[in-house]
Design a protein around this ligand. Sequence first.
Ligand code: ATP
Ligand code: AMO
Length: 466
Amino acid sequence: GRKWTEVAELADELKDQVVLIRGRAQTIRAVGKKIAFLVVREKGFTVQCVLTVTPEVVSGQMVKYAAGLSKESVVDIEGVVSVPNSPIKGASQQVEVQVRKLYCVSKAIPVLPINIEDAARSEAEIEKAEQAGEKLVRVNQDTRLNNRFLDLRTPANQGIFRIQCQVGMIFRQFLLSEGFIEIHTPKLIPGSSEGGSAIFKLDYKGQPACLAQSPQLHKQMAICADFGRVFEIGPVFRAEDSFTHRHLCEFVGLDVEMEIKEHYSEVMDVVDRLFVNMFDSINENCRKELDAINRQYPFERLKYLPETLRLTFEEGIQMLKEAGVEVDPLGDLNTEAERKLGQLVFEKHGTEFYMLHRYPLAVRPFYTMPCYDNPAYSNSFDVFIRGEEIISGAQRVHEPEFLAQRAEACGIDVRTISTYIDSFRCGAPIHGGFGVGLERVVMLFCALNNIRKTSLFPRDPQRLAP
Ligand code: ATP
Ligand code: AMO
């Protein structure tokens, strides 16, 4: 086969070499009848390609053909790499391709629902252009999501989903290296796994069933089955009825469950090492992706410590109190208080990533282990990025009678989880774990303002397509 070069690879080193590239015609501009410029984009990277009428190589007809291509058509180009004297605007690569051959592989319709260049502009660019009297199209979120496959072609979106891939990859690699095994639990289950009403109900051949709200019950049963340390990457379904910037009806759950030898802090140790490793890896290996996101959605790099800060819930409440924010000491923190605490923690400790543990028992799910020294609190934790929750975790109740009692006290129909409770009757390891929302990690790491930006095809209370 012929040797292909990726647009992202086009650089000075290739000067004077003949390259073959495939990409999309992002913009097409003819200057008279003898010159045409094509900006060709591949995976979010762009290069300027120049057709100049040259005897034996480029005919006037070829220039005319190029000028008539529709935007987003897929083209193959063979040409010579050249280095221009002045910086190139409107393309990511700082070299040009002097075109010798051009083929259209697949034509796009002449008018697209979204213009990719419009969709790729930052707010600042739009405002600047508007001030200069230019009229630019603002592509709103619904238009983007309705035409998601086009919206996803922007450099920022290409970056977002490559970073999402990195998060999943580090999660898997790190846990495998620490002796965890990957499991796959059922998504069709008889009842709620988290308590609460946010469940998608369905009919399972005549039996009432639902889509799993989490792998919680089955990941714990895997511990009762002696797998020791397990993890899962899989879909989680929540019939959220509120429309917020951080809730989806389906998201990707990164779940962990493990035996505990002595203290629930062993679970927090895993979170600490895993996430510091993950953030380091993204910063080191995803520079181009971070730059692409930054160009459209400017953000400050996440500030985190080599060893993750841990505060108790009581310490958190105290910090809020000192700042004049009164909250119920045995209640949950609302979104506003969580944000405020994030700010206070940053001011005091210089980190935007921290853990809050020993939550009041009353605000945690039924399976959460109460603190031995004070049962009003629990061996549980949440983890925050920039003042918003990305992880919930805890030590679990492993004593079956107490577990049934806790479930009942939390209003759960114990019959729907009887097989789960029974799994603790044959000797149960002391254990704990946590669950992470993949889309939230990427959203908050990149300081994006909406979880729909980090879900490939988001599902929210109003959206089931595309
Ligand atoms: P989890 O469900 O894992 O706890 P979460 O981030 O979805 O994670 P919730 O328990 O749903 O958190 O809510 C945490 C806090 O966020 C609640 O105390 C509540 O005040 C606030 N909250 C939840 N939903 C909304 C909403 N739709 N609008 C404003 N605040 C909300
Ligand atoms: P929890 O319900 O807190 O805990 O969920 C764990 C993490 O999942 C993410 N998350 C969501 N992401 C997008 N849309 C939603 N609607 C949504 N709801 C939650 C958050 C949250 O921190 N079984 C426990 C975990 C455990 O203890 O192991 C659980 O499901 O990032």
